[in-house]
Design a protein around this ligand. Structure first.
Ligand code: MN
Ligand code: MN
Length: 319
């Protein structure tokens, strides 16, 4: 571990390193870019710089406002040969433009491997609930102190990705990290976490198109070309009140991007369920996958909160 950092420091000093999470950034992507950049600097890579690949959501805004820190700068593409570090993603489809011509130094992630390179690189993947759980370990392994600010960034992302440790993606490592980080951050994880998650459910300032892009991921369930978008809410009815407008927006995207399926998951963060709106010629895949019947293109999926664990594998298997 430490050796990698030392070699890297020798090679690439004075060359800017772009550090960023995925497009349509969530709290993990934004905070991990900041936390990883800080770790790089602590380990001697003074030219590491955090970036974001899209607009902040309300939840992430809440976190940065709470700490009084600035959002990373927006990055649209990187120059040929640029040094980059990927956090919270590794799929080129979710990454910066021109990634194929960049020099990926490191990846720290908790998603399935979707990257192939022609050169060796530092990879740290763990099947945990959040990238920040892995970063917390990297700080410990490298003997880097976790400040109150860094702890707050980390714990916010873990609470976000695991929906307050209630998502089935949650592991013991995430629980241990939250307990430790909440102490350093001097917060009550439950109280702060609920406030943060609720801040993220405020959709009032977004247009329908923005809501449909907030946390959209392009996923192919075998040959079913799909987008799965997830919107958190404290009350499903608040979002379902916009159902007609949402469906019109979804149909437009289906047509423009030639999709077979658009799934909008409206996830109730209090009761841990998701109302799904499914449109497209393969919408019935949702019925097959979950043994449910869509009525007016929608159905409640009991206990479903995790796209990664409760949507992607089940839909892929049924496709
Ligand atoms: Mn993420
Ligand atoms: Mn994540």
């Amino acid at each position: 571990m430490t050796i990698d950092f030392i070699i890297y420091r020798g090679n690439d000093i004075m060359v800017k390193t772009y550090v960023f999470g995925h497009k349509s950034p969530d709290t993990d992507s934004i905070t991990s870019s900041l936390v990883m950049t800080n770790l790089e600097k602590e380990l001697g890579n003074a030219d590491a710089e955090a970036y974001r690949l899209g607009n902040l959501n309300k939840e992430t805004e809440f976190v940065l406002d709470y700490l009084g820190i600035e959002a990373p700068e927006l990055l649209e593409s990187v120059e040929d040969g640029a040094n980059v570090i990927l956090v919270d993603h590794n799929s080129p489809a979710e990454s910066v433009d021109n990634l194929e011509n960049a020099n990926i130094l490191k990846v720290v992630d908790h998603h399935k491997l979707a990257l192939e390179t022609s050169y060796p690189l530092f990879l740290r993947f763990e099947p945990v609930g959040c990238s920040e759980t892995i970063l917390c370990k990297l700080y410990e392994e490298n003997g880097v102190e976790i400040s109150k600010e860094i702890a707050t960034l980390m714990v916010s992302a873990i609470i976000s990705d695991t929906l307050l440790l209630k998502s089935p993606t949650t592991t013991d490592d995430d629980r241990v990290a939250v307990e430790k980080l909440a102490k350093i951050a001097e917060i009550d994880a439950e109280e702060y976490g609920l406030e943060m998650l609720k801040a993220g459910t405020d959709l009032s300032s977004f247009t329908i198109d923005e809501i449909l892009a907030l946390d959209a991921k392009q996923i192919d369930f075998k040959d079913v070309k799909s987008i799965v978008n997830q919107v958190n809410t404290a009350d499903i009815n608040d979002v379902m009140a916009m159902k007609d407008e949402l469906e019109a927006g979804m149909n437009k995207i289906i047509e423009n991007e030639n999709l077979d399926l658009f799934m909008l998951l409206i996830t109730d963060i209090v009761n841990s369920n998701s109302q799904v709106i499914a449109l497209g010629k393969d919408a019935s895949l949702v019925e097959k996958a979950y043994g449910v019947e869509l009525v007016d293109n929608t159905v409640l999926l009991e206990g479903v909160v995790s796209r990664k664990k409760q949507v992607v594998p089940i839909m892929t298997e049924s496709a």
